[in-house]
Write a protein that binds this ligand. Structure first.
Ligand code: HEM
Length: 206
């Protein structure tokens, strides 16, 4: 439970901040949304996180591009079945390749681009829910998905609300993925931050 709940979320937040630092215009959009929703000087709380639509779309788009459980957890077919024309006998170990699914050019427009706006129309349509499975699906899907979206939104949102973020150089952040249980970045994120002027009072009251 601890690994399932901490490593996955921490890694996703690192990917999300890296993506936002490489796309300052999207970072600005998150900041504008937070500033419009919250009073100046008022630090966001966890329930605010689910109401920040654009921020939640940033998290979705991060999970699409960098699903931290890229092959899900192995499942076993409980009966003979047919998947995409292939006969799957009962007792077969099944892996779902989320990485490929989430970047399939037949399913997504410009699949390698970071475009949180692609989720603008709201939830995915009925036919499309199977194209985006960062938490799995069905009765063994992730029981922590709602909690995760909530606290990741709170953590990333608070960092963006309270601090100005910058890359350490003009070079884009290396987005290569490495080997590990939850698909870590090859290069851990290193960035510069300083408190935002408008938040100094709120931060010093913490
Ligand atoms: C970014 C955050 C997270 C992601 C991407 C994620 C993703 C996943 C995925 C893909 C699975 C396997 C689903 C399958 O095989 O079909 C899973 C299982 C699980 N997750 Fe998460 N998870 C996250 C956060 C959490 C949190 C916060 C908790 C709990 C506090 C949690 C608890 C679990 C547990 C207990 C399972 C095993 C469920 C079972 O086998 O029935 N996860 N998660």
């Amino acid at each position: 439970m601890l690994v399932a709940g901490t490593e996955t979320a921490a890694t996703t937040m690192e990917w999300a901040l890296s993506l936002l630092l490489n796309h300052p215009e999207k970072m600005k959009k998150v900041k504008v949304e937070i500033d419009a929703y919250l009073k100046q000087d008022q630090l966001m709380n966890e329930s605010d996180a689910m109401k920040l639509n654009y921020l939640q779309k940033v998290i979705m788009e991060t999970l699409r591009l960098y699903p931290v459980v890229p092959l899900l957890i192995p499942h076993e077919s409980s009966n003979d079945c047919i998947v995409c024309g292939f006969n799957i006998p009962k007792g077969t170990m099944l892996l779902v390749n989320l990485w490929t699914l989430h970047r399939d050019p037949n399913l997504w427009v410009n699949p390698t681009w970071f475009v949180p706006e692609r989720f603008e129309e709201g939830e995915l349509g009925n036919d499309e829910i199977y194209n985006m499975l960062p938490f799995g699906i069905g009765r063994r899907s992730c029981p922590g998905s709602v909690l995760a979206k909530r606290f990741m939104g709170h953590a990333i949102g608070s960092l963006i609300q309270a601090f100005e973020w910058e890359r350490i150089s003009d070079e884009k952040i290396d987005m290569s993925d490495g080997i590990g249980l939850t698909m870590p970045k090859v290069e851990p994120l290193v960035a510069l931050c300083k408190p935002r002027q408008v938040m100094i009072k709120a931060l010093s009251n913490m």
